[in-house]
Design a protein around this ligand. Structure first.
Ligand SMILES: Nc1ncnc2c1ncn2[C@@H]1O[C@H](COP(=O)(O)OP(=O)(O)OP(=O)(O)O)[C@@H](O)[C@H]1O
Ligand SMILES: Nc1ncnc2c1ncn2[C@@H]1O[C@H](COP(=O)(O)OP(=O)(O)OP(=O)(O)O)[C@@H](O)[C@H]1O
Ligand SMILES: [Mg+2]
Ligand SMILES: [Mg+2]
Lengths: 227, 227
């Protein structure tokens, strides 16, 4: 399904080049559940945003379902992303001017779904995360954890084939955290491919395997412990 | 130092009233280190923003150093806040147009500190959180955990008498999380009063005691377990 070969990402700022990812090789099979862990600033979110076609690599190859996708234009990337990928951002990225309902509905609108279909899916996604009573509120009226749960619902609404989750339980108490993990588990059983960044070893153990990132490189489990 | 009696906070939105806090009583002594835990949406951030004079209660009394502060005007609250309180927000709240250095410097500028004093303190605060090399960068060029560390440095810069920390380690890996907890411990040993929201029981145990919040009320440890 997903194959990265010699992938790197460099951010150019006026004074310094930041090598966020360097020579990364990774294979993810269809239906696999991968955890990604590593220190703050090591490149996890950058890896997820390239996997999700939100950003392009500086060098290297990325093939998705045997198509090369590392040199696509922005509209082509958006077309594939809207169809295939659900994204839970580390900083929620909810749109402040839209209600909870509209935030969750937005990715479905991009897919061209009918309004009654959208309504049913939005309602179901918000119920799964216990946020249906707040659907007419705005993100600024919600607590941190409630916003995170809305962000989870937005990623699930379209039943994505690939789910990329960047610390989906970071702001949640253990009960809500476990509820989100249960949802990811159900999606996985339904055949979805999941790539989840987490700092919590309990949640990393729910995945099939863990990928360790350090200073922009993927390292083996032994090396990760030593570092 | 801090005393809340019969404190409540209601948010009025067009359709519904949300009772974020109801009849809260709390005493915090000078130099005490308190942890606050409770489910998502239970009122923890609301409690911290009232303690930090960022918001006003709907009813009830709040006395700080024997002065009643629950009916002060916004400028009066800002004057006390800038002198006494350091705040680590749950959503970082870094200003995107300012560099890392300027973000950490801002609270010190409000205090009317000289530019050379500010420079020394900003440099020291960023070194404590391992972010000095990035002082000329902007928040959008940092990872989630790096932004959180800058937010911690901003709260420490002025050596506040009261530190209010809202999940200060939420986005951090265990090494950086422990580094932030060590800083809070040093501040506490130096005499600061600390009130920290955390979902992590390991970190709650560093505090002198834990306050349990449930549906806007403070409940005893036994009741918190049952719920
Ligand atoms: N500006 C607001 N307008 C309306 N309701 C609000 C507002 N801010 C918070 N609330 C509501 O008040 C309640 C308490 O929110 P608060 O942010 O204090 O929760 P919390 O305990 O910090 O939760 P979390 O662990 O998710 O951060 C929630 O139900 C929330 O939706
Ligand atoms: N837009 C950007 N411009 C410049 N540098 C960036 C940008 N985004 C990320 N970086 C840098 O790239 C490196 C990797 O960032 P990334 O966000 O992938 O880290 P992370 O592993 O997700 O960290 P965290 O656990 O703190 O969220 C960091 O050093 C970061 O400062
Ligand atoms: Mg990240
Ligand atoms: Mg909160």
């Amino acid at each position: 399904l997903i194959e990265l070969v010699g992938l790197s990402k460099v951010f150019y700022t006026d004074e310094v080049e930041t090598h966020a990812l360097a020579d990364v090789g990774l294979r993810i099979n269809k239906g696999e559940y991968i955890a990604v862990e590593g220190p703050s600033g090591s490149g996890k979110s950058t890896l997820l945003s390239i996997l999700g076609l939100l950003d392009t690599p500086t060098a290297g190859q990325y093939t998705l379902n045997s198509h090369s996708v590392d040199k696509l234009s922005a509209p082509e990337r958006a077309r594939i992303r809207n169809r295939e990928v659900g994204f839970i951002f580390q900083s929620f990225n909810l749109i402040g001017d839209l209600t909870v309902f509209e935030n969750v509905e937005l990715p479905l609108t991009y897919r061209g779904m009918s309004s009654s279909d959208r309504k049913t899916r939005v309602q179901a996604a918000l119920e799964r995360v216990d946020m249906a009573p707040r659907m007419k509120h705005y993100p600024s009226q919600l607590s941190g954890g409630q916003q995170q749960r809305v962000a989870v619902a937005r990623a699930l609404g379209g039943d994505p084939a690939i789910l990329l989750a960047d610390e989906p339980t970071g702001n949640l108490d253990s009960r809500n955290g476990e509820a989100v993990m249960d949802i990811l588990h159900e999606l996985h059983r339904g055949g979805a491919t999941i790539c989840m960044v987490t700092h919590d070893p309990r949640y990393a153990s729910c995945a099939d395997r863990t990928v360790h990132v350090f200073d922009g490189r993927i390292v083996g489990p032994e090396e990760a412990k030593r570092l």
